[in-house]
Design a protein around this ligand. Sequence first.
Ligand SMILES: C[S@@+](CC[C@H](N)C(=O)[O-])C[C@H]1O[C@@H](n2cnc3c(N)ncnc32)[C@H](O)[C@@H]1O
Length: 270
Amino acid sequence: MPRLELRADDHLHSPELKREYTLANFQEVSKSYDFLTRALSFGRDQSWKRRLIKALPPMTAPVCLDLACGTGDLAFAVADRYPDATVVGLDLTPNMIAAANERNTHDNVRFEIGDMNQLGRADNSIDLITGGYALRNAPSLPVALDEIYRVLKPGGTAAFLDFSKSTNPFLQWLSLKILYLLGAFWGLVLHRQTEIYTYISKSLKLYPDRDSLHRSLADAGFKVKMSERFFIGTLEIFVLTKSPKPIETAATASSDETASAGEAAQAVLA
Ligand SMILES: C[S@@+](CC[C@H](N)C(=O)[O-])C[C@H]1O[C@@H](n2cnc3c(N)ncnc32)[C@H](O)[C@@H]1O
């Protein structure tokens, strides 16, 4: 009897239902998650995470938040990269947090249950936000980006690893199909249920393609400092900095223009 009774197809079109679905799904997969991630990535997942960590800038005693931390891979890697950091791993799913806590041997890492759509942190309080396969799981991507922007310090860094969806419709169809079949296979093998890992391709289908994603990042106020795609372009890591939002830049520019017009007028009058 399948233990996950919810169906992704009925849940991914509304933030509230998606949250309910991902929670039920990851509660179920927590024990097989690490194995599945290595299997689906053909053993590459750890090296992609190392690449992400290597791409981060030097920082002193940073305050770090790892979103959708799962069993803690990136939170631990951030703590190893910055031994004087304080790192919090945040995840919606209690069983994933329990798995992360079991693995935790770091004094400066702790884990808590939380939602990336509601970070519950002060504005401008975090130096570094990371996320491995995080953003695609957000109940609402725009809300998650706004939250990340809100809590990052000005100039702060956010860095993510996730699937990258091609802009070419045929390549998009092909990669989603392959991911669906791989997910169905591993779902059957590990849980006697295809539904559980076909969620990955179903959520990716609704996720923006790489150009739209980069537009959303820019609209949310992030500057892309580094971006790298690999695994035939199906995965991407990107490092962002919090910059003034485009609208703020425009507003500042126009108030600067007003100021210099005023200065010019004063100079003429003087
Ligand atoms: C694919 S796993 C990624 C785990 C880990 N970051 C890694 O790189 O291996 C996605 C994680 O997102 C979590 N998640 C799903 N929705 C979430 C939300 N709204 N807020 C926080 N975490 C969420 C799940 O519980 C799950 O642990």
